[in-house]
Every structure is written in structure tokens, then in C-alpha cells.
Unconditional design. Sequence first.
Length: 154
Amino acid sequence: MLAHEIGHVANGDMVTLALIQGVVNTFVMFFARIFGNFVDKAIFKNEEGHGIAYFVTTIVAELVLGILASIIVMWFSRKREFRADEAGARLAGPNAMIGALQRLRAEQGIPVQMPDTLNAFGINGSLKNGLAGLLMSHPPLEDRIDALRRYGQR
């Protein structure tokens, strides 16, 4: 796994993700204020400064746009994980990286059977689908292992 982390450093992942996060946050704040101003002036016809509609709309828009921005950042983060795995495979070998990820998966201790009420909430370790899957910073270990196996076959 050290080779994987060296891959992150070599690829400049932390700097890149910080820059992406800053850019999307700028857009979130900019568009939230545009929405707030539009609602305040066009819908509520407020002519004097910012009214309550501006502040409420801005807060709601920041929350919604912030979630959408997080989806973009997390998508990029998942792509960077695959690149770091590939860099680790070049340094330590594909089989060593696959073995490290398999060990990590074994140590997670994900229960096999969950009560139906918890499965309904997706609390079973497989958050691959839905909104939770879009907000994951790392791809599922199975996908990473499969990608490394394909890399090793090249």
C-alpha cells in the first residue's frame, strides 16, 4: 500500500483535489448568490438591499449546489484512486497491489447478512449504487482489484 501512496504523491493528487475543490466551491457560492438575488428581486420584488428571500434562497442553493459539487469532486477522487493503484502496481507489481487490496477487504469485516431494516438503508457495506455511491471518495475494493487484474494482463 506504500506504493499506492507514493503514486498519489507522484501524481500530485492532493494539490489537484484541493484546486478542484476550491474551483467548484467558488462556482457554488457564485451561483447561489445569483439565485438568491433573482428570487429576492424578481419573485419577491424587494427593492431595498437583500431581503429574507435572498438569504433563505442562498442557503438552500448552497446546500443543493454543494452536494452536486461534492459529486464532481468525489468522481475525480475515485478516478485518482485507480491511477494511484496503477502507479503502485508499476512500483511493487500488480500481484502485490492486488494482495494488499484483498487484505484490506478482509480486514474490513463486512457482515454477510444484515437485518432487512438495515439493508433498506443500504447499511451493508455495498454503497455502490445511488447517492451514497456518488459521494464515495474511493471506488469499491472489488472494482479496484478488477482494474489491477486487467492492468496485469496488459
